[in-house]
Design a protein around this ligand. Structure first.
Ligand SMILES: Cc1cc2nc3c(=O)[nH]c(=O)nc-3n(C[C@H](O)[C@H](O)[C@H](O)COP(=O)(O)OP(=O)(O)OC[C@H]3O[C@@H](n4cnc5c(N)ncnc54)[C@H](O)[C@@H]3O)c2cc1C
Length: 368
């Protein structure tokens, strides 16, 4: 059998990139072995002190590819001396490459919530009788159902029963701006403790619609380190409904909720619905709907915090078209951070496609 050249180390946390400050060449990474080191983890020890853990280093023969995702990639770059010089100086980090684009341009979809309570005799796809626990228990019947019926069980998808694309006004020239996902539970977004909160209500008794405003022009979010400790989380500012078209973005979500009301409550579908749970009957005016939307807005596709761009003309471009970090040799980024603008409706396929392209380029130019 051919020897594999891929080594995956789990429970290994990269704390810094090793870059020669004179040649500006990335040559390795510092790391610490251990589980749940990052403080974002609910399992991270509150008293964790990075000085008590053993740091190690590993060196690369060719180049380093950072794939930490939209928040930890900019954090790692900043901790390693690549980023906005004023931010780095504030934390006493020697500036290796002043790149003000690292950690800005953050974009996310603005996702809204719409929930109806279904009548007690309604059992969409037989889900009500199964009692899913979303992996919160080892004997989750929906997981067992999935093992037995991998094509048709609820977990055959990410819990989505059906989906539809929707255009609000002003209509975008090419694509619908919004996607609705219909899920069989009382879900209000991925928040801390969301599984336990959702499971307070019987699965299948509610229909949740994820009102996903996919195409936004809002790029004012940011990610900035708050300390030099790699285990500390950075300051993440998503700033929903804050971009140049914030009024239009908000209006699109209001329109979508009104549309769902018509679709579900004023159609033949209404015979299956007991009542509107969220926003609820009392929320009717634009002002009330705006307050509701702000209260519940969430997102889970944040991106674009180390964007590809024209590194000669755009001072905020972090990467060239081959995802190489401007001004640093042997260093690339390949993850959701690299996109200049939020992509499509769902990011995974575009990320994989972009990284395949980058991998193709690396292989093409590698001299074996
Ligand atoms: C709950 C949820 C559901 C989603 N559902 C969908 C969906 O249905 N369809 C879809 O297209 N997208 C979905 N997304 C979005 C999608 O998962 C992300 O956009 C995508 O995973 C981003 O890929 P990435 O490679 O950029 O980063 P990630 O997938 O976040 O990978 C980054 C990796 O780097 C590791 N890492 C970070 N820093 C360090 C460090 N210092 N040392 C060592 N390791 C480190 C992290 O542990 C992580 O494994 C979902 C996101 C969430 C949160």
């Amino acid at each position: 059998m051919k020897k594999s050249h891929l080594h995956v180390w789990t429970d290994t946390f990269v704390t810094k990139l090793i870059i020669d400050s004179k040649t500006k060449e990335a040559c390795g990474v510092e790391y610490i072995k251990g589980a749940n080191l990052y403080k974002a983890s609910s399992l991270a020890s509150q008293t964790l002190n990075s000085n008590q853990l053993k740091k190690s280093s590993i060196y690369a023969k060719r180049e380093i590819i950072v794939s930490g995702g939209q928040w930890m990639t900019p954090q790692l770059l900043q901790l390693s001396g690549i980023g906005d010089k004023d931010l780095l100086k504030k934390f006493g980090i020697p500036v290796i490459q002043d790149l003000p684009g690292v950690g800005i341009n953050q974009q996310d979809r603005s996702e809204g919530v719409y929930v109806v309570k279904l009548k007690s005799n309604v059992d969409i796809a037989g889900i009500r009788s199964i009692n899913c626990t979303y992996n919160a228990t080892l004997d989750d019947p929906c997981l067992i159902d999935y093992m037995e019926h991998p094509q048709t069980a609820l977990y055959a998808s990410n819990d989505v029963l059906f989906a539809m694309l929707h255009s609000t006004k002003p209509k975008l020239p090419k694509l619908p701006d919004t996607v609705f996902l219909f899920l069989p539970n009382r879900f209000t977004g991925f928040r801390a403790n969301w599984v336990n909160e959702s499971l307070q209500y019987p699965v299948g008794a509610y229909l949740f619609v994820n009102v996903n405003l996919a195409h936004v022009d809002n790029n004012v979010g940011s990610v900035r380190i708050q300390s030099t400790n790699a285990f500390d989380t950075p300051l993440i500012q998503l700033k929903h409904f804050s971009g140049p078209n914030k009024e239009i973005d908000l209006s699109r979500t209001i329109q979508s909720i009104r549309y769902l009301r018509t679709l579900l409550l004023n159609s033949s579908f209404s015979e299956y619905i007991d009542y509107e749970e969220l926003p609820g009957d009392q929320v009717q005016t634009d002002k009330q709907l705006s307050e509701f939307i702000y209260k519940y807005v969430w997102g889970h596709h944040a991106c674009c915090t180390a964007k590809i761009g024209n590194t000669k003309t755009d001072p905020f471009a972090v990467l060239n078209s081959k995802a190489q970090v401007k001004g640093i040799k042997n260093l690339r980024v390949c993850d959701i951070s690299i996109f200049p603008k939020i992509i499509g409706y769902y990011p995974l396929i575009p990320i994989i496609t972009a990284c395949e392209k980058i991998a193709g380029d690396i292989i093409k130019h590698a001299k074996y």
